[in-house]
Design a binder for this molecule. Structure first.
Ligand code: AMP
Length: 224
């Protein structure tokens, strides 16, 4: 399974990627998570990325492409992957095509998750993440069973992301429309896009994605 989960910030890409990666034993690759890990470790890459992330702007293509290329060409990615938050520009999509060509691989699907914009702001402002295991919750829709405690690992270090504050969210959505939306046209031209209505429950969205990706995998021409 080699699938891109696409859509605006807050649409549920990370939530779905975590569920599907676990179920199908493929790796979940989130460039946002990689950048946050680099920042936590205070690496030069992390510190460079921070200035952009804090403002809700995209990190430059060269930084992102260099970072993801290593992983995509490693053993970690050889059994398939779910890409979450990458590619976010047409230049990144072109770079991914080059990597796929070099590794003699093909994408199965680009799943475009769609949600109303007002809903996005609500989802992001309610989002909390476990700093220990990465589990994602939402204060309004999907709170942890015990307030302030992660259901999965028991950690009490649940945090709101800095860039989930309303003003930064608006900037991120602007970046999405200006730079990321054109990536959809790029993949539509290749007949890879399947739209999924993400205004539904997490389980319903997972089922819709599974139906589309598994169907595609069963089609002989999609392999190569
Ligand atoms: P995310 O966790 O996917 O919402 O990403 C958080 C932030 O990391 C974004 O607002 C960007 O600043 C940066 N980022 C993540 N992935 C990319 C990417 N593919 N291209 C550029 N910037 C990115």
């Amino acid at each position: 399974m080699r699938v891109i989960l696409f859509g605006t910030p807050g649409v549920g890409k990370g939530t779905q990627a975590k569920i599907l990666a676990e179920k199908y034993h493929v790796v979940h690759l989130s460039t946002g998570d990689m950048l946050r890990a680099a920042l936590e470790a205070q690496t030069p890459l992390g510190l460079q990325a921070k200035t952009y992330m804090d403002k809700g702007e995209l990190v430059p293509d060269a930084v992102i492409i260099g970072m993801i290329e290593q992983v995509l060409k490693s053993d970690k990615a050889k059994n398939g992957y779910l890409l979450d938050g990458f590619p976010r520009t047409v230049a990144q999509a072109e770079a991914l095509d080059k990597i796929l060509e070099q590794t003699a691989q093909k994408l199965d699907r680009v799943i475009n998750l769609t949600v109303l914009e007002e809903e996005v702001v609500r989802r992001l402002s309610g989002r909390i993440t476990c700093a220990n295991c990465g589990a994602i919750y939402n204060k309004f829709y999907q709170p942890p069973k015990v307030e302030g405690k992660c259901d999965k690992c028991g950690s009490t270090d649940l945090r709101q992301r800095e860039d989930d504050k309303e003003e930064t969210v608006r900037r991120r959505l602007k970046e999405y429309h200006a730079k990321t939306e054109p990536v959809l046209a790029y993949y539509r031209a290749k007949n890879l896009v399947a739209d999924v209505d993400a205004n539904k429950t997490i389980e319903e969205v997972t089922k819709a994605i599974e139906a589309l990706t598994l169907k595609r995998q069963a089609e002989p021409y999609s392999h190569g």
